[in-house]
Design a binder for this molecule. Structure first.
Ligand code: SME
Length: 162
């Protein structure tokens, strides 16, 4: 069973290496997308300090639809190209937002959010959704977090049948 072992966030590369290992262990033996997305959200929310939201949006046609998450209730549908999440899908790239108030078109679901990190989730070459993390602190995420979360996204897709 998953143990919330204390891991050192000061050394982010090592922190995310251990988190990746824990997630891999947790998802082992289960290939259901909803179950794995739910547990991935829970691991991120429990283990990464200073988050107020962590979860998934799944691509359905030309819209992102809210998936498993931890945090306050959120907007359900985001068209591709809209908000941080829809822009990440359109551009096919992760987006780090140091201050959500300066991102034109940002969609505010939780007024407490100040910074945000959105990472595309890929099944092979296809984007099948995004992982979205929010912090109430400005500039909470940097490229170390981005690389770490991108690794978690790979572990999630490798463990899951779509
Ligand atoms: N801020 C996101 C919307 C999703 S949530 O806030 C959970 C965006 O701009 O795409």
């Amino acid at each position: 069973m998953f143990q919330a072992a204390a891991i050192d966030i000061e050394n982010k590369a090592e922190f995310y290496r251990q988190l990746a290992q824990q997630l891999q262990g947790l998802l082992e033996g289960e290939r259901d997308m909803i179950a794995n997305a739910a547990n991935t959200s829970a691991v991120m929310f429990q283990m990464i300090p200073d988050l107020n939201w962590a979860g998934f949006y799944i691509l359905r046609g030309d819209e992102l639809v809210l998936g498993p998450f931890q945090g306050k209730p959120a907007c359900v549908r985001i068209p591709v190209g809209r908000g941080v999440c829809g822009t990440a899908v359109r551009e096919g790239t992760s987006i780090l937002v140091k201050d959500v108030h300066t991102f034109s078109g940002h969609i505010a679901c939780d007024a407490a959010s100040r910074s945000e990190l959105v990472v595309p989730v890929r099944n092979g070459n296809d984007i099948i959704g995004v992982m979205d993390l929010h912090s109430p602190l400005p500039s909470r995420f940097d490229t170390d977090h981005q690389v770490g979360i991108e690794r978690l996204a790979q572990i999630f897709t490798a463990a899951t049948t779509f």
